[in-house]
Design a protein around this ligand. Structure first.
Ligand SMILES: CC(C)(COP(=O)(O)OP(=O)(O)OC[C@H]1O[C@@H](n2cnc3c(N)ncnc32)[C@H](O)[C@@H]1OP(=O)(O)O)[C@@H](O)C(=O)NCCC(=O)NCCS
Length: 144
């Protein structure tokens, strides 16, 4: 099986959406995951989308984003047929390597509290959960 991890471009947009959908990861097609918003993010030097390919087919996605202070791993997803093989870890490593090009920075992720596989993934990779922190956001419109 020929597997490789590559930086994604907007040409991969439909496949990215397929992977998120198949993974059961909700996304905002009329908001921050619209084609235009994804294209804009991809054009920024501090943001990179990574894709994991199996024989040319996209089977995993993750986003690495440096906010100028911390690094973030977002939207990590692996095709259900490929889970439990450490592939998420490979994508996380690609994200971490990219984020560390910005210096010795903290790398973080937001995970819903019932997402056991994702928490197991980050735990195995040495991440520590701070349960006393809550997530707050402000939206100009509901589907952003
Ligand atoms: C989270 C996700 C990316 C992990 O992908 P993966 O390639 O299977 O991950 P890995 O094989 O690298 O490691 C998964 C870990 O979770 C564990 N795991 C898998 N399914 C699990 C489950 N249902 N309950 C508990 N642990 C589980 C695995 O055993 C493994 O831990 P281990 O190494 O101690 O055995 C994948 O489950 C996914 O795409 N989920 C849907 C999208 C999502 O929720 N993304 C995260 C957003 S924060």
């Amino acid at each position: 099986m020929a597997r490789e991890i590559k930086a994604l471009t907007i040409e991969h947009y439909d496949d990215i959406i397929r992977v998120w959908s198949d993974a059961g990861l909700p996304f905002k097609p009329n908001g921050r995951e619209s084609r235009a918003m994804v294209a804009a993010e991809m054009s920024r030097a501090f943001c990179r989308y990574y894709g994991l390919f199996d024989n040319g087919r996209l089977i995993g996605v993750s986003i690495a984003n440096y906010d100028g202070r911390r690094g973030w791993i977002n939207r990590l997803a692996i095709d259900p047929d490929y889970r439990g093989r450490g592939l998420a870890h490979e994508l996380m490593t690609a994200c971490e390597d990219f984020l560390h090009t910005f210096g010795e920075i903290l790398v973080c992720a937001l995970i819903e509290e019932d997402n056991t596989p994702s928490m197991a993934c980050f735990d195995n990779k040495g991440y520590v959960c701070m349960r006393e922190i809550t997530y707050w956001s402000k939206r100009d419109r509901p589907d952003l």
